[in-house]
Design a binder for this molecule. Structure first.
Ligand SMILES: Cc1ncc(COP(=O)(O)O)c(C=O)c1O
Length: 400
């Protein structure tokens, strides 16, 4: 019998490990590598937030806190939802976790029984299907193809709901596509969900503030108040305030669920880092100008990258509504052979050859459940982005 658990065997190793490992090897050999694979802003955490953390240490806020967050931070989260999303929650309906990731994990672990289905549009954030599998559930993948703006339709959603459906996970704007659901589209989805009272909604709003042009962010509980009793709205400070390393995320939902999540957290990690909670409090209650500054920078970089990639023969790159990723199609390149002699059989072969021959590391689409595509994170400087896109163009021009 294996020493390792059968639960772990349900989870596949991360498909991104191969490319990340190869990038590290090449770097160690002294090659000039550009990694466009990071899932985090390249900015420092704003100064007033860092200062709040230092002062929390000096004031002795270095002990255990309530398991799922301090009352002050929970209140700040309630105020945030009221201010920005028109959603009224009480502190008892709020959970603070070690990143948005723990909120999602706790919610799935606290609710899924063997065979329960979770609807996940693809391309998806890599952790969703594996978290569902770890929790004993069954991911039900629905393709959100480029031709439909990387969004699922109401009909697609309706068609995959079964009596075993427990959750649908929505992520707008999306990692990896950057696609966002506007109010009318979200309403069409919530209308479907109103007809299926056994289905709960997990809304991953982590990229809420990174939206571009005239796109307006919406979240399901705000669009359809009738759903609020079965929505968990997840968000956090990682992407909005350049705080990925601080590990603070939060969720808002019915008390029954929040209490169950706290029970799980009490027997695993206990409270999220006390100092980080004080930093997050400063982020949510302090000046908000960082959000607009970073949003504008990301919008400029998005335009730069979309234009440069659309200039590469065989690549089609739609303009995303948000986040800091693009998810271009390489349909036209499948079957070709690179200048270095690699057959581009699929998007993994494309990403591997691109890395080997140009030093640019991107994540291939199969990792996110929708091929043939690749994901570029543009959370890096304009100069690096221009260099990377020029290398990608040279690679595409060399394909035969
Ligand atoms: C779509 C999505 N959801 C959730 C997370 C988790 O964020 P964190 O745990 O840092 O709050 C990420 C991070 O990459 C993400 O891309």
């Amino acid at each position: 019998m294996s020493f390792l658990s059968q639960t772990l065997a349900r989870v596949k190793p991360s498909p991104t490990i191969a490319i990340t490992g190869r990038a590290q090897e090449l770097k160690a050999e002294g090659r000039d590598i550009i990694a466009l694979s990071a899932g985090e802003p390249d900015f420092d955490t704003p100064e007033h937030i860092r200062e709040a953390a230092k002062s929390a240490i000096d004031q002795g806020f270095t002990r255990y806190t309530a398991v799922d967050g301090t009352p002050q931070l929970k209140q700040a989260v309630c105020d945030k939802f009221a201010r920005e999303n028109g959603l009224n929650y009480s502190p008892a309906q709020i959970s603070i976790g070690t990143g948005g990731k723990q909120i999602l994990y706790n919610a799935l672990m606290a609710t899924l029984n063997p065979g329960d289905e979770v609807i996940i549009p693809a391309p998806y954030w890599v952790s969703y299907p594996d978290m569902v599998l770890l929790a004993g559930g069954m991911p039900v993948i629905v393709p959100a193809v480029m031709e439909n703006g990387y969004r699922i339709s109401a009909d697609q959603l309706e068609a995959v709901i079964t009596p075993r459906t427990k959750w649908v996970i929505l992520n707008s704007p999306s990692n990896p596509s950057g696609a966002g659901y506007g109010a009318a589209h979200m309403r069409a989805l919530t209308d479907v969900l109103m007809r299926h009272p056994h289905v709960w909604v997990l809304s991953d709003d982590i990229y809420e503030h990174l939206v571009f042009d005239d796109f307006r962010f919406v979240t399901p509980a705000q669009i359809e108040p009738g759903l609020k009793e079965r929505v968990l709205t997840m968000n956090g400070v990682s992407k909005s305030y350049a705080m990925t390393g601080w590990r603070i995320g939060y969720g808002a939902g019915p008390e029954l669920l929040i209490r169950a999540m706290a029970k799980l957290q009490s027997q695993s990690t206990s409270n999220p880092c006390s100092i980080s909670q004080y930093a997050a409090l400063a982020a949510l209650t302090g000046p908000q100008d960082y959000i607009e500054t970073s949003r504008a920078i990301f919008q400029r970089r998005r335009d730069l990258v979309v234009n440069a990639l659309n200039d590469c023969p065989g690549i089609v790159c739609p303009v995303p509504e948000g986040a800091f990723y693009v998810y271009p199609s390489i349909h036209a390149l499948i079957g070709k052979t690179s200048a270095g002699g690699t057959k581009i059989a699929d998007d993994e072969a494309f990403a591997t050859a691109l890395l080997d021959e140009t030093g640019v590391a991107v994540v291939f689409g199969a990792a996110f459940g929708l091929s043939p595509h690749f994901r570029v994170s543009y959370a890096t400087s304009d100069a690096v982005l221009m260099d990377a896109c020029a290398r990608i163009k040279g690679f595409c021009e060399g394909l035969r």
